[in-house]
Design a protein around this ligand. Structure first.
Ligand code: P6P
Length: 335
């Protein structure tokens, strides 16, 4: 099948992409090149992050981004690097980024793809040495080439994604992505500047015993969420919360578990962004045999209306997400 090529673990990302492209007779190579451009930007960011302590890139930049959050220098660096890599690659016509209010038009009129990204998520963790990540989604451009970028290009449902992935800059840096035929992970070897296939056809355990939520907001969660948390405690699950979405997501993907960021008084629609955080991870979760909802519906079925809109998120092992959904169903039936 297209899913498991049975490639040796020593396969580089480049060779893997080439092999996969050969599987698609009509592939014209743009998506392959786009994935290479993202990997290149990831290598550059990885270098900046590992050096940041030395060249004082940690700490607040003094500016604030559209979210009103203190903009960390590395956020700015990551945003610039990804935009530059994708502009130079030529396959992308527009970018939506957590760091920019509006649509970034790359002036690539023949670019077939649109990228939605969080260039450096969890940036508040940078100067405390906690793992951080890049999250990206890739969509096909819908409007006519050469014309203006329109809302139909940038407000697409997650189910329209052509590819999605994340980079996790941790104890080792890893690139995990899907093009709709399974999930594959590549571990970065900085001394060679190469990503090597390390997790082929990654499948997430269908059930798990890890739950990840910021219980500091427990008191203002809706009853169904409180009931699910009590359920997790009754089953003596482990609470694991790093406070860095990509790190929490990846751990649960590998070991089985659920991450949830529900609505609360402080965050009436949750904190995480639908277009450039939740959709990418939801695509990966489902491709790995997991699930992702907002408590009621599939994340990938939500039609975005605003670039930076937030959504509650329940994501991870299929059985755990279903169990959480059960408490929401009960709640709506009682009313
Ligand atoms: P809280 C980091 O700022 C982030 O966007 C995610 O990476 C992380 O999972 C979440 O917010 C943590 O938010 O409200 O629990 O501190």
């Amino acid at each position: 099948t297209k899913e498991n090529l049975g490639l040796p673990v020593g396969t580089t990302l480049d060779r893997f992409i080439k092999r996969k492209q050969d599987d698609f007779p009509y592939a014209t190579g743009e998506l392959s090149q786009l994935l290479r451009d993202i990997a290149l930007a990831g290598k550059i960011i990885n270098r900046e992050i590992t050096r940041c302590g030395l060249i004082n890139l940690a700490g607040a930049f003094g500016a604030t981004n559209v979210q009103g959050e203190e903009q960390q220098k590395l956020d700015v660096v990551a945003n610039i690097r990804f935009i530059r890599a994708l502009r130079n690659g030529g396959e992308v016509c527009a970018i939506i980024s957590e760091e920019d209010e509006g649509i970034i038009d790359l002036e690539n009129p023949n670019g077939k793809y649109v990228v939605a990204m969080d260039p450096l998520d969890g940036s508040s963790n940078i100067d405390v040495n906690v793992s951080i990540g890049t999250i990206f989604s890739i969509y096909r451009r819908k409007s006519a080439p050469g014309g203006p970028i329109t809302d139909e290009d940038v407000l697409q449902k997650g189910s329209e994604q052509v590819a999605a992935g994340y980079l996790l800059y941790g104890t080792s840096s890893i690139l995990v992505y899907t093009t709709g035929y399974g999930v594959n992970g590549f571990t970065y070897e900085p001394s060679l500047g190469e990503f090597f296939l390390s997790h082929q056809s990654l499948k997430s355990p269908e059930d798990g015993k890890i739950y990840s939520v910021n219980e500091g907001s427990y008191n203002t969660f809706e009853p169904a969420v409180k009931e699910y948390i009590e359920y997790c405690k009754s089953r003596e699950f482990s609470g694991r919360y790093i406070g860095s979405l990509v790190a929490d997501f990846h751990r649960n993907l590998m070991k089985g578990g659920i991450y949830f960021y529900p609505a609360s008084a402080k965050a009436p629609n949750g904190k995480l962004r639908l277009v450039y955080e939740c959709n990418a991870l939801a695509f990966i979760a489902e491709q790995a045999g997991g699930a992702a909802t907002d408590g009621h519906q599939r994340i990938l079925d939500i039609t975005p209306t605003k670039l930076h809109q937030r959504t509650p998120l329940f994501i991870g092992s299929k059985k755990m997400v279903e169990q959480a959904g059960h408490f929401f169903k009960q709640a709506t039936e009682h009313h």
